[in-house]
Design a protein around this ligand. Structure first.
Ligand code: C2E
Ligand code: CA
Ligand code: CA
Ligand code: CA
Length: 279
């Protein structure tokens, strides 16, 4: 038959199909998912020492019809590699700000801050400041309740450019947290140059801080360093009350982790808020 024998286009395509790696297929499906908007955000509560919810961190979820649940730990690096993080990141920012604007209109949820993860490549876009300004305008979200979580990898490039960009965003009212603090390789000198609001102790140090003396020391040092620089310090990966108690005894005042709540869909988060007084 025409077009199905060896050497034909269909045969060639079938062969190619068999050769594509799972990774490439995933990449293709990721692009499709973006077009079909089959992502959603979950929100993980952040509490203060009094147990009040002060904010949430938005975490993206991809439920694929074909692959089932895929962890962002898997698809975010892929999206970063392929540049898809740029449109995906904008969608995440827009969706989180839409939610933030909605909560800001409700008296009991007015004060919540919304932390949004920003990949290095996303932050380094020349129009990133403009993009954030646009999203804030489009959604009506209060800028001072938006907190961008950057990792140290976003600040290894051109320090002056990073500082200028952060200052421009800060002028809009936006706040900044350094995520996974202590896991990067950049020098501590950047801390005093950047207009930061918060350090986030990486969950790798929190996990074993009850048993491992080194992890405990690092957690204590990050808390002391952050406070002495006038920054808020939040611990993530807080899995038990004992972890929270230890961190609290070391001066940490903000907590996030499964011990408080897993990341939740918006509706479930709202239910959580009714039982845990929000600030
Ligand atoms: P991350 O920003 O460090 O986010 C914290 C991760 O730890 C989340 O995993 C969260 O669900 C998980 N987690 C929270 N509490 C606990 C706990 O008590 N124990 C343990 N073991 N884990 C806890 P998730 O949602 O799977 O995200 C993984 C990573 O993917 C994130 O790490 C972040 O690097 C990336 N990511 C997730 N959502 C986004 C996003 O919207 N944008 C970007 N650029 N990256 C994202
Ligand atoms: Ca984060
Ligand atoms: Ca983190
Ligand atoms: Ca991480």
């Amino acid at each position: 038959a025409k077009n199905t024998g060896p050497g034909s286009i269909l045969f060639y395509e079938a062969q190619m199909q068999a050769q594509v790696t799972t990774r490439a297929r995933l990449q293709h499906d990721l692009r499709e998912a973006l077009q079909q908007e089959s992502f959603c955000l979950h929100y993980q509560p952040q509490i203060n020492a009094a147990g009040q919810v002060v904010g949430v961190e938005a975490l993206v979820r991809w439920i694929s019809k074909k692959h089932g649940f895929i962890s962002p730990a898997e698809f975010i690096p892929l999206a970063e590699k392929t540049g898809l993080i740029l449109p995906l990141g904008r969608w995440i920012l827009h969706t989180a700000c839409t939610q933030l604007a909605q909560w800001a209109r409700q008296p009991q949820r007015q004060g919540l801050s919304m932390a949004v993860n920003v990949s290095a490549g996303q932050f380094q876009q020349s129009n990133f400041v403009e993009q954030v300004r646009e999203v804030l305008q489009e959604t009506g979200a209060p800028a001072h309740q938006l907190k961008l979580e950057l990792t140290e990898s976003a600040m290894v490039e051109d320090m002056d450019a990073v500082v200028a960009r952060m200052q421009a965003l800060r002028q809009l009212g936006v706040r900044f947290s350094i995520d996974d603090f202590g896991t990067g390789f950049s020098s501590l000198a950047y801390l005093k140059r950047l207009p930061l609001d918060q350090l986030k102790i990486d969950q790798g140090f929190v996990r074993d801080c009850l048993e491992d003396h080194n992890d405990a020391s690092i957690a204590q040092t990050v808390i002391a360093l952050g406070h002495s620089l006038g920054l808020e310090v939040i611990a993530e990966g807080v899995e038990t009350a004992a972890h929270q108690a230890a961190l609290q005894s070391w001066g940490c005042r903000f907590f996030q982790g499964y011990g408080i709540s897993k990341p939740l869909p918006a509706q479930a988060l709202e239910a959580f808020l009714t039982t845990h007084a929000a600030v």
